[in-house]
Ligand binder design. Structure first.
Ligand code: F6R
Length: 249
């Protein structure tokens, strides 16, 4: 199954496209279940959704959200927890009731139980309609680091050294970056009815090309998205710069 590609000029156009697709999706299905990502890439998309809420009357009051992942050991109030990120960048600025937002609890005393409960909540909500993803330099999606199998479910994972280094830009020191996370699995992501992956910048070009053109391999976890029947990558030109094109892509 080929991943569909939507290549635009700039990161700003990626955000514009992604936000309008998400807004159209919510308008068509006001009680949509959305899967969400943190990281730098979706921030401008969230900013646009907030603007659409304030200026164009887009209501997100009836959606339910599930986030991909959370650091183990950080309380929700920590400035780098993914719950904090989502509250700051999206939830606080829209009309979604907090109880309709779900981020794994990185302080859960029993992480395995927390992961099972997270999967159950997704099932009880009827499954994810649309999952918004980013991609790591090593091809990870959520915290499914290289080696993660395509039948993986929500679980505790050791964060790869290269991801710890990449994410240290948000912390004062490398040593402060948590070493573990709770992450949804690749199988969990593949069950979403629609997937939109956003990538911008030259530093994502290799991971994007391996995901789109490479063989499906646990070495490049995002390549598992080739299994999905409705997956689109929205890319800027730099992120698309190492792909090879065939008639089918
Ligand atoms: C975030 C997540 C990660 C990021 C990826 C890219 O919830 O699960 O997979 O999408 O690390 O991060 P940025 O966008 O910061 O380059």
């Amino acid at each position: 199954m080929a991943i569909q590609l939507d290549i635009v000029e700039t990161p700003d156009k990626v955000a514009q496209k992604a936000a309008s697709l998400v807004a159209d999706f919510i308008q068509a299905k006001p009680n949509a279940v959305l899967g969400l990502a943190t990281g730098s890439t979706p921030v401008p998309t969230y900013r646009r959704l907030v603007q659409m809420h304030h200026k164009n009357g887009l209501s997100l009051a009836h959606i339910t959200t599930f986030n991909l992942d959370e650091y183990v050991g950080l309380p929700e109030s920590h400035g780098q927890s993914y719950r904090f990120f989502m509250d700051q960048n999206l939830f606080q600025h829209i009309d979604i009731p907090p109880e309709q937002t779900h981020v794994p609890n990185g302080l859960a005393p029993d992480p395995d139980q927390e992961c099972k409960a997270f999967e159950s909540k997704i099932q009880s909500a009827g499954g994810v309609d649309l999952w918004l993803l980013g991609i790591g330099h090593n091809g990870h999606i959520a915290f499914n680091e290289p080696g993660s199998s395509s039948d993986s479910r929500t679980r505790l994972i050791n964060i790869a050294p290269e991801t710890i280094t990449a994410n240290s830009r948000f912390f004062d020191h490398l040593s402060q970056v948590p070493r573990q996370a709770l992450t949804v699995g690749i199988a969990t992501i593949l069950e979403a009815r629609k997937i939109l992956l956003l990538a911008t910048g030259k530093d994502k070009a290799l991971a994007v090309s391996k995901a789109v053109n490479g063989p499906i391999s646990a070495n490049w976890p995002a390549s598992a998205l080739q299994h999905h029947p409705d997956c689109t990558f929205i890319l800027d030109q730099e992120a698309a710069s190492l792909m090879t094109f065939t008639n089918s892509t």
